[in-house]
Every structure is written in structure tokens, then in C-alpha cells.
Design a protein around this ligand. Sequence first.
Ligand code: A2P
Length: 276
Amino acid sequence: MKEYQKTYLLNNGVEIPKIGFGTWQIKPGDEAYQSVALALKNGYLHIDTAAAYGNEASVGQAIKDSGIPRENLFVTTKLPAEVKDYDLAKKTFLKSLELLDMDYVDLYLIHAPWPWGEMGKDCREGNVAVYKAMEEFYRDGKIKAIGVSNFSPEDMQNILDHCEVVPAVNQIGYFIGLDQSKTIDFCNQHDIFVVAYSPLGIGYLLSNPEIKTIAEKYSVSSAQICLRYLLQKGVAALPKSTHENRIQQNTLLDFEIAQDDMMFLDTIKGDPRRWS
Ligand code: A2P
């Protein structure tokens, strides 16, 4: 089995494939359908979507049409960050299942601790309320693992203090240069697995000259270095692309970055993402 299809074990025994296909910013309809179909054709076993991406129906259709048995795939979706109410969380999850046209999802996450328009707002009560709704679906088997996304240590501690099921995952933005050590240390202490979104810094890392130098040394692309770096850090990663050559390239990760080169990559600092 290739490295990208191998799995990590979550704290409840569920296996998560190391590389997932990210679908953030992939437009619903033909674009999402075609890119997920290409990912599945190229052997991806893990697909990441979210209600907020608006593309769950296209993602679900592509999965269905692939003919791959549902149980061979790992599908993640997310509760919109704005939903902080128990009843609405239940309704919203069932709507996602309906759009995906699935009986269950493998992983369901609270998309963020606060609505995107009110970053930093104290939503502790609301996060507990929606997580409790998720715990019920988890116990019913409609969700195989539950977790959070974009949660700080304080946000995770709130869930640990008031809920029963320890989150299986915290999905965070994580890539070469971005210091996520506080969040990752907390996750490691509590057996919460880290999944990295934007593993290529939404593409901006690919023009970094230091990463290019390392890529040349291993005769791979900068994207492959960014992804392999994360796998060697022990996290799963969710690269996104709408081009087949890149979708395929992002699976070629059966090489090893030497320890001194990992240390060199660790010296790169900063967040190159531009949000214009
Ligand atoms: P595109 O979708 O046009 O192929 P991230 O996964 O960090 O969010 O980065 C996604 C961005 O990186 C997208 O703009 C995507 O472009 C680009 N990208 C993904 N894989 C590669 C690759 N192997 N080589 C170059 N660019 C890539």
C-alpha cells in the first residue's frame, strides 16, 4: 500500500487515511464533481468537505458514481461555524447526510469555535450544545468519529470539561512555517489527532525558494515536500487541487526527508497566505 493510503489510528479505533482530498473553495457542481471523481480515480480514500463549502451534493454524487464501496472510503464533513444550537445542529447534520446521500459519515467536526464573522466570540455554551448533539449521532452510528476544527487549547478544554466523548480530531491550518505547537501539544496530551488543512499554505508555499531547494535535492516538487513534511510530523494532510496531474502528484509521497532537512524546514517561519 502506498504511503498516502496508509492510515493513522484515532482515539476510538477508527482508521483515517494519511492523505485526504480537500474540497474547500472547489465550486459545487461540475468542478467539485470532476475533481472528487479524479481524486477517487487516483486512489484517494479520504475526502474532506463541509456544509459551508456548499459542495456536499456534488461530492456525494462523485463518490456514489465511483462505484467504490462506501466502507472503503473515509468521508469528513463539518457543522457550519455559525450553528451553536443543539436542535439546529441535529437538523444541519441530517441535511448534510441527505446532501451527501449517505447513511453515515466517518468524521463530523464543529467547523470553528466561533462564527467566521465573529472570530474570538465566546461560544463555549454553544459549542458544548452542538457537540452533545454530535455525541448522540455518534452513539447511533451515524458518525464514526466526532471532533472539532480550528479549536484552540482553551476551546478543546471546554469540550473535555463538559462533554463525554473526547474529540477524535482537531482539523487545523498547518503547514511549513506556521507555528501550531501550542495546539498540537495540547492535542498530543489528550490523544486528539491533528489533521492539517491548507498543507501547501493554499499554494503560496510553493514559490518558497528554500522549499524549492529541498525539493530539487529529492527530485520531487515543492508540493510533495510540503506534504511529506506533514506526514513525517505524524499528522494527516488535506491537499486540494482541481488538476489531475497535481491531484496525482500529491499522492507520490513514498520517500523520506532526512532528519537534517526536516530540521532545516522547521527553521522556515511565517504564514505566506494572503487573504485578499
Ligand atoms: P489548483 O486547484 O489550481 O491545482 P492547499 O491544499 O494548501 O489549500 O493549496 C491548494 C492550492 O495549491 C490550490 O491553489 C491548488 O491549485 C494548488 N496546488 C495543489 N497541488 C499542487 C501541486 N502539486 N502543484 C502546484 N500547485 C498545487
